[in-house]
Design a protein around this ligand. Structure first.
Ligand SMILES: Cc1cc2nc3c(=O)[nH]c(=O)nc-3n(C[C@H](O)[C@H](O)[C@H](O)COP(=O)(O)OP(=O)(O)OC[C@H]3O[C@@H](n4cnc5c(N)ncnc54)[C@H](O)[C@@H]3O)c2cc1C
Length: 474
């Protein structure tokens, strides 16, 4: 007998899961998760990622068992695993992952074609496969987010015996010694969403930038979205329902908070779309005119100091230490960490990007590499943002609460490894020289057409200079 195989990847849930629903309509379902050695060996992999995924798999298995058929977990290369299973039809979500998963998906599609195995992939979120133009992208995103949330199938007819989910030790993964702030799983995901929408999010737009407040005022949904414990559509619709039910007893800040949050869910897919369209951005500058600008200046000692939180800039070091331990830091501090590596230390971004990919529990390649290049100034279309760690500390942690929490009393603390003013002046001159070349500007125009958001300028009259700056923000 052969089965309707549902291949779970970064969609570890049963709700709003179209491949599962469609498969269950057709026959006996074999819910499959493949632990790929290639993933475990990737330079962007960290044992904490597996810890999160395993917790999610345990719950997924529990929920699937309640429907009638538990999860089947296999370890191996995807095509090899599929070859050994009786597949009547393969169902999955489209994944906009890194180069490894992109190549693996191509191999799987090739296998399906060669063996005449029907294979259906559904969009996972607002990212559009084989996108021709960005023009209608936002409208399409809105339509997808408004589609009804799919209930899980009410019953799965048993297919083959579910398997134990191997432990990290059994897989030979090195010990995960980080104390992750957020455990994986569907229950945690729902609780996180509920607590954000009912209480924590009330001052989101005002408190998202400071590491003192962001820990509780940001949604903290990123790992649950990255591994699909919740669908983006689910979060968008829950947010809009909350907005619709706000009344005079609710704080007046809720509406703005939730609008700002909703916008970021849109950004999520917007940034992932860039990688879907241009997978090379994991390795190459988006605008190739920046090639060679930083590479010859690599300074291993500075890189090590940045990674270890020993740069002599307290806010940088405190952020890095928090990230090391918890797997999360807020957006502004991520941007500052990258800006410091890219401008102050003039480090070419790929190695720092891999380092942070391993540290982030919410590592999502599409967002990660697009953001990394944006904060490093290699997209050619975005405003350069060179954050001063001194100003950021004065603005975001004026009483030193955060720094003290992560660095202690600063006794014996090292002096800065670079001088802020000198480093920024040099970076500005270096990048400015490349930016103003005709070739760079021409390439940037092509990039803008392909990847730029088609965000409309505000209705009120805006000076031309400001308008183009707004357009450049994404
Ligand atoms: C260099 C750099 C690398 C990043 N790498 C990742 C990554 O690997 N994975 C990841 O999920 N986010 C990444 N981000 C974006 C952002 O920092 C995180 O999404 C956010 O801090 C996660 O916390 P939260 O869920 O509480 O966010 P919230 O502020 O509550 O936002 C809600 C959701 O919106 C999305 N989102 C928020 N801000 C952005 C943004 N600027 N761009 C795209 N999507 C956004 C995320 O899915 C997030 O979970 C990166 C940012 C930078 C500057």
């Amino acid at each position: 007998m052969s089965y309707q195989v549902v291949w779970f990847k970064r969609d570890l849930r049963i709700e709003d899961h179209r491949p599962l629903v469609e498969a269950a309509r057709r026959g006996r379902v074999l819910p499959l998760y493949i632990i790929e050695p290639e993933w475990l060996a990737s330079p962007d992999f960290d044992p904490s990622h597996f810890t999160f995924v395993r917790a999610s798999l345990l719950e997924l298995d529990e929920q699937l068992k309640r429907l009638g058929q538990g999860l089947v977990v296999r370890v191996g290369e995807a095509v090899e695993v599929l070859r050994q299973l009786p597949v009547a039809h393969l169902w999955a979500h489209e994944e906009s992952g890194n180069w490894v998963t992109y190549q693996r998906d191509r191999r799987v599609r090739k296998w399906a074609k060669e063996t005449n195995t029907p294979m259906t992939e559904y969009p996972a979120n607002g990212v559009v496969r084989r996108l021709k133009s960005r023009d209608a992208w936002s409208r399409n995103w809105g339509e997808r987010m408004a589609e009804p949330i799919l209930d899980p199938p009410s019953l799965l007819t048993p297919s083959i015996a579910p398997t134990q989910i191997p432990t990290a030790k059994e897989l030979g993964i090195s010990h995960d010694n980080r104390d992750l702030a957020q455990p994986g799983g569907i229950r945690e995901a729902f609780e996180t969403l509920d607590s954000f929408l009912s209480a924590r999010g009330v001052r989101y737009h005002m408190e998202m930038s400071s590491p003192v407040t962001a820990e509780s005022s940001c949604s903290r949904l990123s790992p649950y979205l990255a591994y699909g414990n919740l669908s983006t559509r689910h979060v968008v619709q829950a947010t809009r329902r909350r907005v619709a039910t706000l009344n005079k007893f609710d704080s007046p800040t809720w509406k703005r908070a939730l609008r700002a949050f909703d916008a970021r869910l849109h950004w999520r897919c917007h940034f992932m779309q860039k990688m879907e369209d241009d997978p090379r951005i994991e390795f190459e500058n988006l605008v190739r005119a920046y090639d060679g600008m930083r590479e010859p200046h690599w300074n291993e000692e500075w890189f090590e100091a940045w990674k270890a939180g020993r740069t002599g800039y307290p806010l940088i070091d405190a952020c890095m230490r928090m990230l090391n331990q918890t797997g999360w830091i807020n957006f502004r501090m991520r941007a500052m960490l990258v800006s410091f590596a890219s401008y102050h230390l003039w480090l070419h971004w790929p190695k720092p990007a891999l380092h942070l990919a391993r540290l982030f529990v919410d590592y999502e390649p599409g967002i990660h590499y697009s953001q990394f290049q944006m904060q490093s100034g290699t997209t050619g279309i975005n405003t350069l943002r060179m954050y001063s760690p001194i100003k950021q500390q004065a603005d975001q942690d004026p009483d030193g609460v955060f720094v003290k929490e992560w660095l202690g009393d600063l006794q014996g603390y090292p002096p800065p490894i670079v001088d802020h003013k000198e480093a920024i002046a040099l970076a500005r001159a270096r990048i400015g020289a490349v930016r103003k070349q005709t070739g760079t500007r021409e390439e940037a125009r092509t990039v803008l057409k392909k990847h730029g958001s088609r965000k409309k300028a505000p209705a009120k009259k805006v000076p031309a200079k400001k308008q183009s700056r707004q357009q450049m923000l994404f």
